[in-house]
Design a protein around this ligand. Structure first.
Ligand code: SF4
Length: 356
């Protein structure tokens, strides 16, 4: 389809919805989609009776405070040099954050890739280096490849502290617990790794229309149009609307690395709870690179900041402005929950762009 035919079709479909008495709730699962929808002004093109709801697809947002507290322990008790992605620095953990510890003199370094940590470890054999990473299937291949590199190089002063989650079990949990979602805009980047096939269960098992979608304005309009059309026709269909990037089987080499290095286990999603088999954990074979084992970190019970509604928001039961702390006690400068920290967090997106 050309861009003009996508726009024409989108307008026609939205006109039909506007004249109808339907209320349609569509969840965009991915945080990058949340930001792109705001940036392209797409929310303002939708009739009032279509609600776009942000889902649990922002890795920082679903990382529990207890994980941050464990990261603090690595610095304070074990005196490691901790590398992490920049957006982890402000994530709160019991009133503190890595940025605060860094200002206090602890060795916290921002990494652009896990390889930065490996290179530092090789140059500084007397320093214990830990890479702290949170992410989904998009990040897992690079994290796995880093562990394989450390294993091949027999590095002794390097390990990884990871909070890696997988999206399909979370969506299954979500459709089981939120019957209000009529359709899904599915994450293009995650699908590029695990394949369009990985989300087909949403339509096949739960009869909910869904479209794997890209990130340009036209790709988003196409994904929304396909899902809404399917809802209007009452014929739940599944679409790969990002076929030039996402294959049905995904990236087989990336999947091989994930399978080699990680095994599945139950994982806690901030504010949501434990979702069975939704986490990726370092396999026994590579356990010398697992900072949890290397430093004997004890798993901590989930910590949820008082009043924070991140879990309700990521389950699509609430919009960010409905949280009593939104823009009052909780702002990007002084976040209470992780949904306000990450640039892809739904609270941060609503704070920056407003309701539509
Ligand atoms: Fe949590 Fe802040 Fe979002 Fe409320 S506005 S849900 S406190 S992150």
């Amino acid at each position: 389809m050309t861009n003009s035919s996508i726009l024409k079709s989108f307008r026609e479909i939205m006109e039909i919805v506007q004249k109808s008495d339907l209320t349609i709730n569509i969840m965009e699962v991915c945080g990058t989609h949340t930001m792109a929808l705001f940036e392209h002004g797409i929310r303002s093109l939708l009739p009032q009776n279509i609600n776009l709801i942000s889902g649990p697809g922002c890795p920082v947002c679903v990382t529990g405070e207890e994980i941050m507290v464990e990261a603090f322990e690595l610095l304070e008790k074990h005196k490691v040099t901790l590398f992490t992605f920049g957006d982890m620095l402000k994530v709160p953990g019991e009133g503190r954050a890595l940025s605060i510890l860094k200002a206090q003199g602890f060795s916290v370094k921002v990494a652009y890739s896990p390889r930065n940590a490996i290179e530092f470890a090789e140059k500084n054999p007397n320093i214990e280096v830990v890479f702290f990473g949170a992410g989904f299937e998009t990040t897992a291949p690079a994290l796995g490849a880093t562990i394989l590199e450390a294993y091949t190089k027999k590095l002794k002063n390097f390990s990884m502290f990871l909070a890696v989650k997988t999206v399909p079990p979370a969506l299954e949990f979500l459709v089981e617990h939120n019957s209000l979602i009529d359709g899904f805009i599915l994450p293009g980047h995650v699908s590029a790794v695990i394949g369009a096939k990985a989300f087909r269960f949403i339509t096949e098992n739960y009869q909910i229309p869904a479209a794997v979608t890209g990130f340009t304005a036209e790709e988003l309009l196409l994904g929304i149009s396909l899902v809404v059309k399917s809802i209007l026709k009452k014929e739940p269909s599944y679409y790969n609307a990002y076929p030039h990037v996402v294959r049905e089987q995904g990236n087989v080499e990336a999947q091989r690395i994930i399978e080699e290095v990680f095994e599945k286990g139950d994982a806690n999603w901030r504010g949501i709870g434990t979702i069975p088999l939704s986490g990726l954990f370092i396999r026994e074979r590579y356990s010398q690179y697992d900072a949890r084992k290397k430093y004997g970190l004890r798993e901590k019970p989930p910590i949820v900041p008082r009043g924070c509604k991140c879990g309700e928001i990521m389950l699509g039961r609430m919009l960010p402005p409905e949280c009593p702390l939104f823009a009052k006690g909780c702002t990007p400068e002084k976040p209470v929950g992780a949904c306000m920290v990450s640039s892809e967090g739904s609270c941060a997106a609503y704070y920056k762009y407003g309701r539509r």
